[in-house]
Design a protein around this ligand. Structure first.
Ligand SMILES: Cc1cc2nc3c(=O)[nH]c(=O)nc-3n(C[C@H](O)[C@H](O)[C@H](O)COP(=O)(O)OP(=O)(O)OC[C@H]3O[C@@H](n4cnc5c(N)ncnc54)[C@H](O)[C@@H]3O)c2cc1C
Length: 441
């Protein structure tokens, strides 16, 4: 057990414990997502003590969250315990805590854990890899009625809302209320919105077919709304058009160029028109976690830390920001907030620190290698953009499935997801159709 953990007594609920500086240099990584795990892994041979701190105990494969929200997969199939790293890597200590403060001057962070209190942890190097959270563009009140999709709780909440809406629709005798329950509005037509809308469309048509005598789930209305002019605004226009056509074929109503003005318990108001809906889902904006701001250096409008070409924070020696939390321009374009960029940045910084620890200087700045962007639109259809290549269809969907299976953390998850996908592909059934019980029942 490290000195830091041994010093902390469980009854010190609000104690702030100063840690001794270890004999070896200490690298503190905040965040066990794609970037943080990659950084820790790259430090596996380094002569350093690596602290990996996350407020949740699992690494989450966010690209498949929409499948948990639409009952294809269950939460455990897309997550893996971060703690496993301690078994695989001798120089890593995993700490379950929420980082609530960073003091660059004294080179310490504050980490808070329920029942333990707040601890101060000293660092020689700091890697911030805290990712993003949903942003309601200054309308935080929307969050009450329109959950975002960022973690497993969100996915389970959305799944419960969708399945619960059909139960209520089947129970009520009020026609207008039934229509409201069977109207689903997704705000934000980026990859997450598109993937969720398409999966929902197939669920109402195929999975729920024949499950209700009083209602026909296939008659549900699924609306995909966005203020921008087209779906998938970060993809080429030709791919947007193809995706819109495909979504329409699946029964999704695509409404672009419309700004959402209100979200309340009755639904949404967009472009001056009210759309009654019991299920509004937020797949629009994202903002950085508050941690980059705690560094006291410059951030962009979304709260991401502005970093130099080596992913270092200017005027804060030994402090790096990687993954979605970092804002970096390369060849006139921002490095995108995708898993590949996060992995490459985390790995780069881990290697850079390992070299510095050996007394070597790294002269080559970070360079993002773009492996391409993909979005899946239901069964059998995906689009891919890579450099000049723009393609879509069944083969692209097969590539998407293959890449995602391979990228999942843990062999057991790869096998389980593969199994669920085969089952779902050939039967149309989804094995995770659970509505969580309200707390206290
Ligand atoms: C629904 C959805 C779908 C996506 N689909 C794709 C896709 O298909 N392809 C793709 O390439 N990318 C996709 N992305 C984006 C991709 O998931 C992110 O780019 C990637 O996760 C960024 O990695 P990261 O390590 O920077 O952050 P994350 O993976 O978000 O990890 C951040 C970690 O930091 C922890 N943390 C945050 N704050 C604190 C704190 N204060 N204290 C302690 N711990 C903290 C969090 O618990 C989390 O574990 C998707 C994202 C979402 C939300």
């Amino acid at each position: 057990m490290s000195a830091m953990l041994a010093e902390t007594r469980p009854d010190e609920a609000t104690a702030v414990v100063e840690t001794h500086r270890p004999a070896r240099k200490r690298v503190v990584i905040i965040g066990g997502g794609f970037a943080g795990i990659a950084a820790a892994h790259a430090l596996r041979h380094a002569d350093a003590e690596v602290f990996l701190i996350d407020r949740r105990n699992h690494h989450l494969f966010q690209p498949l969250l929409y499948q948990v929200a639409t009952a294809v997969l269950s939460p455990a199939e897309i997550a893996a315990p971060i703690r496993q790293l301690e078994a695989r890597q001798r120089n890593v200590t995993v700490v379950l805590a929420d980082v609530t403060g960073v003091d660059v001057a004294s080179r310490t962070i504050e980490a808070s854990a329920p029942g333990v209190g707040v601890r101060k942890i000293a660092f020689d190097y700091l890697v911030v890899a805290t990712g993003m959270r949903p942003s309601y563009f200054g309308h935080d009140e929307f969050a009450r009625h329109a959950p975002g999709l960022k973690n497993l709780n969100d996915a389970e909440t959305i799944r419960g809302k969708i399945l619960g809406a059909f139960e209520l629709a089947a129970t009520t005798d009020d026609e207008a209320e039934r229509a409201r329950q069977m109207t689903f509005v997704l705000v934000g037509a980026g990859p997450s919105g598109v993937e969720l809308a398409a999966s929902l469309a197939q669920m109402v048509k195929i999975t729920l077919r024949g499950n209700f005598h009083r209602i026909d789930p296939a008659k549900s209305t699924i609306i995909l709304l966005d203020a921008s002019k087209r779906v998938l605004p970060t993809f080429a226009e030709s791919l947007s058009r193809r995706v819109t056509k495909h979504l329409t074929k699946l029964g999704v109503k695509v409404m672009t160029g419309l700004k959402v003005e209100t979200v309340d318990e009755q639904g949404v108001v967009a472009g001056g028109n009210r759309i009654p809906s019991a299920t509004v889902l937020w797949t629009a904006g994202v903002a950085a976690s508050p941690v980059p701001k705690m560094l006291g250096s410059k951030t962009d409008r979304a709260g991401r830390a502005l970093v130099d070409p080596f992913l270092k924070v200017v005027d804060a020696p030994g402090v790096f920001v990687v993954g979605d939390a970092a804002s970096l321009m390369q060849n006139g374009h921002p490095v995108p907030g995708v898993a590949q960029a996060a992995i490459q940045e985390g790995r780069y910084v881990g290697r850079l620190i390992a070299k510095e620890l050996k007394g070597r200087k790294v002269r080559r700045p970070f360079s993002y290698f773009d492996k391409g962007n993909m979005a899946v639109v239901g069964k059998n259809y995906a689009v891919l953009e890579r450099g000049w290549l723009r393609t879509g269809g069944f083969l692209t969907w097969l590539v998407w499935a293959f890449v995602h299976i391979l990228s999942l953390p843990q062999l057991q998850n790869r096998l389980r997801v593969q199994h669920q996908w085969f089952w779902s592909y050939f039967t149309g059934q989804r094995s995770s159709r659970l509505i969580p019980e309200p707390p206290g029942t």
